[in-house]
Write a protein that binds this ligand. Structure first.
Ligand SMILES: Nc1ncnc2c1ncn2[C@@H]1O[C@H](COP(=O)(O)OP(=O)(O)O)[C@@H](O)[C@H]1O
Ligand SMILES: [Mg+2]
Length: 220
């Protein structure tokens, strides 16, 4: 399969403190990769680096087609991210003043590709049919994460990044959201990088990598 992402000798430091170094891995198109590791080891930092939302101190991140994130300025990186990446966060990050349909449609709007039918299709795909006019405050946590999943995939990105997406949910809801996230990612043919504490979630990945301060290695 095609290579979607290559991370080479990546390091992130704060002053003299090293968060991680020697992080190396590749990701294939459509692959589901889980990244596990202790709290504070830098999992969120690494995901943000992959999305070009955070900087790093050594190494390279090269995306499909040879896009070297370090070679892009902030504006170019934002445009690249809008087109190619979807993000699902633990805390949902749904915009409170926009209704559900507007939240889901936002990536299309930012790409100048508004498409109401596509938004309705995504709402149905995540089990929120008929709820497009609701405000986020009228939804449960599980429903909010469904909105976030629909928003992350509506523009058909090749790469979906998910940072502890079930961390704020009760176990039953978490299991259903993980099922949905994986099914929708597969349905769209996107690659998924999932940061998780959940052994059950990691066990469903094609591959598991363990992040430590010294690097990243196979295994749970
Ligand atoms: N502004 C900062 N200054 C110094 N250290 C920071 C700063 N921001 C984050 N860190 C450190 O980076 C490390 C990685 O954090 P994070 O990526 O959130 O870890 P994880 O997601 O694995 O729990 C933490 O140990 C944290 O203390
Ligand atoms: Mg984190």
């Amino acid at each position: 399969m095609d290579e979607l992402l290559r991370v080479q000798a990546l390091a992130r430091r704060y002053g003299a403190a090293t968060v991680f170094e020697n992080v190396e891995f590749t990701l294939r198109a459509g692959e589901f990769l889980a990244i596990v590791g202790e709290s504070g080891v830098g999992k969120s930092t690494l995901l943000n680096c992959l999305a070009g939302l955070d900087g790093w101190d050594a190494g390279r991140i090269v995306h499909a087609g040879g896009t070297d994130l370090a070679a892009l300025d902030d504006a170019q990186r934002a445009l690249w991210r809008r087109a190619h990446v979807g993000f699902v966060f633990q805390a949902f990050h749904v915009l409170p003043h926009l209704d559900v349909a507007q939240n889901v449609g936002l990536p299309l709007l930012l790409l100048d590709r508004h498409d109401g039918a596509r938004v309705q299709q995504m709402l149905a795909a995540v089990g929120l049919e008929g709820l497009g006019g609701r405000l986020p405050q009228q939804l449960s946590g599980g429903q909010l994460q469904r909105v976030a999943i629909a928003r992350a995939l509506v523009h058909r990105p090749a790469l979906l990044l998910a940072d502890e997406p079930t961390g704020n949910l009760d176990p039953g809801t978490a299991a259903r959201i993980m099922d949905l996230l994986i099914a929708q990612t597969r349905e769209h043919g996107a690659a998924l990088v999932l940061v998780t504490h959940s052994q059950a979630a990691a066990a469903r990945a094609d591959r598991v990598l363990h992040l430590t301060a010294q690097g990243i290695r196979p295994g749970a």
